[in-house]
Design a protein around this ligand. Sequence first.
Ligand code: 7TS
Length: 413
Amino acid sequence: MNQPQVTETSDITYCRSDFPALHQEVNGHPLVYLDSAASGQQPASVIDAVARYQREDHANVHRGVHTLSHRATELYEGARDKLCDFINAASRAEIVLTSGTTESINLVAQSYCRPILQAGDQVLITWLEHHSNIVPWQLVCEQTGAELLVAPINDRGEVELNELRKLMTERVKLLGIGHVSNALGSINPLHEIIADARKLGITVLVDGAQGMPHMNVDVQALDCDFYAFSGHKMFGPTGTGVLWGREALLEAMPPYKGGGDMILEVNFDNTVFNELPYKFEAGTPNISGTIGLGAAVDYLQSVGMPNIHEHEKALHRYMVGKLEAMDGLRLIGTAKNQASVQSFMLNDIHPHDLGTILDHQGVAVRTGHHCAMPVMQRFGIPGTVRASLGLYNNASDVDQLVTALEKARQVFA
Ligand code: 7TS
């Protein structure tokens, strides 16, 4: 098969060999993994870091005087330092380790919003959001009598900035907005949006689940207030993630989960909470997973986020060109600024049927509503097929997707 230039010129093509899961056959075909937006595969260095810890260093963190507990604590806290550096946080106190984006957003809804929201206040989101950036706000609005506002999107899948601006008023206490849409790949112009929000004193939470795997994230340059992300989407283990928040905000927020590790002193009549970030980390954490996430950060830094971004941009352009050339194929999501996530439909074939036929040919894609039902409602469709590219994909993956789609079309002809 002819390899287009996009892979020949891109050094990071070689990192494919770092990912053991990619080197297998599925249903008699070499695996073509195009579902990184749901979860990224892990490089051997992440798998090895977790295994080494489990074999040699495992103990509970923060509480033991013995050697293994010290080693586990050092590795676990070392991962926090790596994450702090990776996103350019001002201090490690701002890195709250969570189970992922979903928990991070719920933490902000319950610890930041719930104590301050009152009837008449508003929380603002956009039509593009993943359910994890909708439902926690619905819950806290229900609990407090606040109102949830939703900014519309256009036919390309971009947030209508003028409409968003109209909804931004002093009544809005928090704007929750995705960095990159998981369903359509649209990249939001965050610098612009956050600058507007700042002028009105609106606190901004960015759902960064789909931002982290594709681009350099600098929370201080973004100037948001909270940035939430998941380890498994950036090639680390599942059940790990981060809530980054400005220290002054986190300091003022009460914890919403109680338990071990988040306290300094417990009496039956009062409890003194631990310092940041431990105040928000009740119970034994995901130690091995977080150590793996630290290894994922090392890996991403060694490849280089700008290299990843460029490679994916070129490959996405290549994929869109191929898909657009197919009869009966309709792209869903054509934002001017788009990450390497592409939704589409082929004729009137149901996305699940299409996904199943692709799987029979070793091609893994996600099908359905992608936990973004309002986006599907906006486009009047039950769901899409979504091909999402990671740093390890190449043009051959795209070619095999297209070949598999042609076969599916014949099956349904
Ligand atoms: N926000 C966005 C934008 C997401 O894409 C996801 C997961 C989440 C939040 C939730 O992340 P979690 O790690 O807490 O579950 N998105 C997807 C997806 O697109 N397919 O499967 C999960």
